[in-house]
Design a protein around this ligand. Structure first.
Ligand code: ZN
Length: 416
């Protein structure tokens, strides 16, 4: 793969340098140019690109082709400030569809499959991406879009799709509601392909059990990197295979921006190898993960990284300890009597950081276990994170459910 990568890196650097004033200026400032890229190690000399660079270049940031070559734009949610707008050439759409359908094939989707697509259409990348990839894979696309549970169930029962694509929160909502309505036996789903959100082991187990699934697949991707489909786990579920023929993945320490030790958690930094309209050079994704060494039993030649373990922005420091939500997920998933849902609240009292975890008791269990359960959660977290939290056990279903991404961490320290 290194030949393809070197060729792609050389092409990308020259393309960006010649096509984008932004990239040319950045590279000139770093005293590096297209002729300096001779080996893959030269990647390390290139300057980083950030989400702020994308926002600053609104409305068509990092554009490296003439505007009349752009056939589509997508945009990510603009929770703060300007939206990030990403442009696509015809070839970019084709490349995206190609590797996205590769991801669906890894999950076993192909001719004869029926795929209910319960993700956002429109400016979002998810709907358009799933739709095109699903058709390319030869499957039947059922483009229901997000929300609207009645419509979801109508098609789940009447068209009997074998595959559902949605966020983890939406999958949980559908699974719990199907059980409440007593229609799980009428639903013939075999797999759920979940993207856009981290999901704990406990949440997966619950969704898998309620819907009688064979597999839950994690699909990765972000608008900046075409959209979803940039990687997926195979049916061995030992990490996410990512497409190293389309992008180079570096795992860096978010503070020092140096490589982490092999297998350590760090920030994903991506460099595209073929992207025309909006190429990415060392783009800081803020997503945390680690590389998984060795070969996968499935035999796929694509390398693997772990599930997304959180965002470097969501990482919080409490009493000097780095904590990321993925870590808390892992700990809670090892405790039988809690559900998948939890919230973390961080406050400061008398100069001391306090972490309070609210976690749901598992469905069907009575509150008389709360005292012992809270103690167990406290001890497990303390032995793993070296921080002793306050633990509150709440009823099953008491914490908010969301159709999009569930917010887990509420840090009130800045306000006090
Ligand atoms: Zn595999």
């Amino acid at each position: 793969m290194s030949d393809t990568q070197l060729e792609g890196l050389k092409w990308t650097v020259r393309h960006a340098y010649e096509g984008s004033e932004f990239y040319r200026k950045r590279m000139d400032e770093a005293s590096i140019g297209p002729d300096d890229i001779k080996t893959l190690d030269d990647l390390k000399r290139l300057p980083f690109t950030t989400a702020e660079d994308l926002r600053a270049g609104y409305p068509l940031p990092l554009l490296s082709v003439p505007a009349d070559k752009v056939v589509r734009i997508h945009s990510s949610s603009g929770t703060t400030g300007k939206r990030k707008v990403l442009a696509y050439t015809q070839k970019d759409i084709e490349d995206w569809t190609h590797f996205f359908s590769r991801a669906l094939k890894v999950a076993g989707v192909g001719p004869g499959s029926r795929v209910q697509i319960a993700v956002g259409y429109g400016l979002w990348t998810a709907g358009a991406g799933f739709q095109a990839a699903c058709e390319r894979a030869g499957a039947m696309a059922i483009p229901v879009g997000p929300g609207n549970l009645d419509l979801q169930f109508q098609f789940l029962v009447d068209l009997r799709p074998d595959t559902l694509c949605c966020t983890a929160s939406m999958a949980l909502l559908i699974a719990e509601e199907a059980e409440r309505r007593g229609i799980t036996k009428k639903i013939k789903l075999r797999r759920v392909i979940m993207g856009a959100e981290r999901a704990s082991e406990a949440m997966r187990r619950l969704i898998k059990d309620l819907l009688h699934l064979e597999h839950i697949y994690d699909i990765t991707g972000m608008t900046e990197l075409y959209g979803p489909g940039a990687g997926i786990d195979c049916s061995y579920h030992q990490g996410i295979h990512y497409w190293d023929d389309y992008y180079i993945l570096e795992i860096l320490d978010p503070d020092t921006l140096e490589d982490v030790e092999p297998g350590e958690v760090g920030e994903m930094v991506v460099t595209t190898l073929r992207k025309e309209a909006t190429p990415l050079i060392r783009y800081r994704t803020r997503d945390l993960t680690r590389l998984i060494p060795g070969e996968c039993p499935c035999g796929l030649k694509y390398p693997r990284h772990d599930r997304i373990l959180g965002r470097s922005d969501d990482m919080f420091i409490i009493r000097g300890v780095n904590v990321y939500p993925g870590h808390v997920d892992e700990i809670l998933s090892g405790i039988d009597a809690v559900s998948s849902e939890y919230l973390i609240e961080i406050t400061r009292e008398k100069g001391l950081d306090l972490m309070c975890i609210k976690v749901e008791r598992k469905k069907g269990l009575a509150p008389d276990i709360d005292h012992d359960l809270a103690k167990e959660v406290r001890l497990r977290i303390k032995s793993s994170l070296m921080v002793s939290p306050r633990v509150e056990i709440v009823d099953y279903g008491a914490l908010p459910r969301s159709e999009k991404k569930s917010k887990r961490v509420y840090d009130y320290r800045q306000q006090s």
